[in-house]
Design a protein around this ligand. Structure first.
Ligand code: 1PR
Length: 535
């Protein structure tokens, strides 16, 4: 849609100029930027050409997936041509911007229909069926004809309200089990091997969890692309197997997840470009799942076994071509922020405001946009004696309350899946990642991972306060109330869970219903006409 416009402050290359208005950057004064997530559209009443103007399959009752930092402001006085072309608008914070443009057989949208689930599929389907007018609108609209400015149905300036929703993300930690099959696993505090007591298992795409047998090992050798979430029974010490990644991804899509994350949790051991099963999993998942897909694990510069160097950008590119929408960078982000901080001038206490352009965050954000780069953080609490602590993280100390009364701690970053602690706090990492160009923080907690004790609200609030990009709270969800708590008590944009969804203890629609009950905006989906195809 944006390429139809005159120009954009995002770069110096002119647009096609068919719409003689400019694209500008969102303000982050009242909201996080990028605008990343599901939002509603408001159709404008004006006629938009020869066809049936209202009938593009856009539905005001549904939500569409947006991910962008630049937008065409809907401002009939300052940008009249954009307002003339505007067919629907969306509000984010206090800003109203053009969601779709339409004239005759030209239609453009700011959101991603291919990632907007049923709503997007319906739009594409309707548009492809529309009668094509004989004359191209583009041919007729240079320069734009002086059509009168339409009377908008949306009042301008707008009411201080938007349809932006909180996102629920299902996360699959993927690794090879001892038989070499890629499985979805889940640990407690990052330990993914079975202890004495086995977890519940999922059998087939639609059944409820069945209790596992404790001692048998019917380890599966089916492909990670298998369509059913095949069961593996468990023995102590084995990698916990909670299903097949592609089958689970399809199930969570059909169940109404707003986004999926697939994390290759042992990728630090080998070259991701040689990890063809993981790429095949991403490809197969993306073929059936029309919501955003984040892929993480091993996004860094590597060297192939034959000595060929591979850049993080190449690794990310392979995932994007396989169907990922965002890549998530863990360990490499920590090292990059350490380098950034080391470059800060020793005699001033100021943080460096830009990197040298070489880190994975910077190279990928430069090529694909910052919205495509997530930084996955694996922090751990470090308890200190608050009365004597005089270390560098004084300002970040959390003082416990309730059953943690008297305790104090700060959050330390780790790398390699929590195996190594670094001299970097979560606040330092979050700020540094934002400076380098990350578009989102995926905030795990090693202390809460797999415990079901709820999100670490102190941690989430701390990071939310210190960055102005979206934050995804992760680790510890044990029931629906935990999602309500994290949205009500922190300003976080999204919440992610793994174990409770894999074990079928909580369904995604239960979470959504509970959010609605608590007046927390969440994405509406219609009963899926695509579900049958997905299965
Ligand atoms: O360092 O760039 O190669 O990325 C490795 C990625 O793998 C990081 O995102 C890191 O968080 C992840 N990872 C590494 N080891 C583990 C492990 O579990 N042993 N998983 C791991 C991290 C955390 C979440 C989990 C939530 C929700 N898992 O992904 O899904 O904690 O769990 P819950 O709802 O069950 O509590 P790099």
């Amino acid at each position: 849609m944006q390429v139809l416009f005159q120009s954009s402050s995002e770069g110096s290359v002119p647009g096609l100029g068919i719409i003689s208005s400019k694209i500008g950057l969102f303000s982050n004064e009242d909201k996080t930027v990028p605008h990343m997530g599901w939002n509603s559209v408001h159709l404008l009443d004006a006629p938009h050409g020869d066809g049936d103007a209202a009938d593009e399959g856009l539905d005001e009752a549904l939500h569409y997936y947006f991910v962008h930092s630049y937008r065409a402001a809907y401002d009939p006085e300052r940008e009249p041509d954009a307002a003339r072309w505007a067919h629907s608008v969306t509000q984010y914070g206090r800003e109203v911007f053009v969601a779709t443009v339409r004239r005759d057989n030209v239609f453009g949208c700011q959101f991603h229909p291919e990632k907007s689930g049923d709503a997007g599929m319906c739009l594409l389907d309707t548009w492809l069926r529309l009668r094509q007018p004989a004359t191209s609108a583009v041919a007729r609209s240079r320069p734009s004809p002086p059509t009168p400015t339409p009377a908008p149905r949306v009042p301008f300036p707008p009411a201080p309200r938007d349809g932006f929703t909180k996102r629920i993300i299902a996360c699959m930690d993927v690794r090879a089990n001892d038989q070499g099959d890629l499985v979805v696993t889940k640990g407690d505090q990052y330990d993914v091997r079975e202890k004495r007591r086995p977890t519940g298992l999922i059998e087939g795409p639609s059944s409820l969890p069945t209790p596992a047998t404790a001692t048998t090992t019917t380890t599966t050798t089916t492909s990670p692309l298998a369509s059913s979430a095949t069961v593996t029974a468990t023995v102590a010490g084995a990698v916990r197997n909670l299903g097949k990644p592609v089958a689970l991804a399809a199930r969570y899509y059909a169940a109404g997840a707003d986004e999926l994350a697939l994390l290759n949790i042992t990728s630090f051991r080998h070259s991701p470009l040689h990890d063809q099963p993981m790429l095949a999993v991403v490809r197969a998942a993306a073929a059936n799942v029309f919501i955003p897909l984040t892929i993480g694990g091993g996004i860094r510069d590597t060297v192939d076994p034959d000595g060929t160097p591979r850049s993080a950008l190449e690794v990310a590119g392979a995932y994007f071509r396989a169907g990922a929408d965002k890549v998530s960078i863990g360990s490499e982000a920590v090292y990059a922020v350490e380098r950034l901080r080391a470059a800060a001038t020793a005699d001033t206490d100021t943080e460096v405001r830009r990197g040298d352009g070489s880190s994975a965050i910077e190279t990928i954000a430069h090529a694909y946009g910052r919205q495509a780069v997530v930084v996955s953080v694996d922090p751990k609490r470090v308890y200190v004696d608050a009365s004597t602590y005089d270390g560098p993280r004084r300002d970040e100390l959390i003082h416990g309350s309730g059953d943690e009364e008297g305790k104090a701690w700060w959050y330390q970053c780790t790398v390699s899946g929590g195996r190594e602690a670094r001299d970097l706090s979560v606040v330092e990492l979050g700020r540094g990642a934002e400076v380098l160009g990350a578009g989102e923080i995926l905030l795990n907690s090693i202390d809460r991972d797999g415990t079901g004790r709820g999100f670490d609200l102190d941690l989430v609030n701390l990071v939310r306060r210190n960055v102005s990009i979206p934050v995804v709270a992760s680790s510890g969800a044990g029931n629906v109330q935990h999602f309500v708590d994290v949205f009500e008590k922190t300003g976080v944009e999204a919440a992610l869970a793994a174990g409770i969804f894999h074990r079928g203890e909580v369904q995604i629609d239960e979470v959504k219903e509970s959010l609605v009950t608590h007046n927390i905006n969440s994405r509406k989906t219609k009963p899926s006409i695509w579900e049958k195809d997905v299965e």
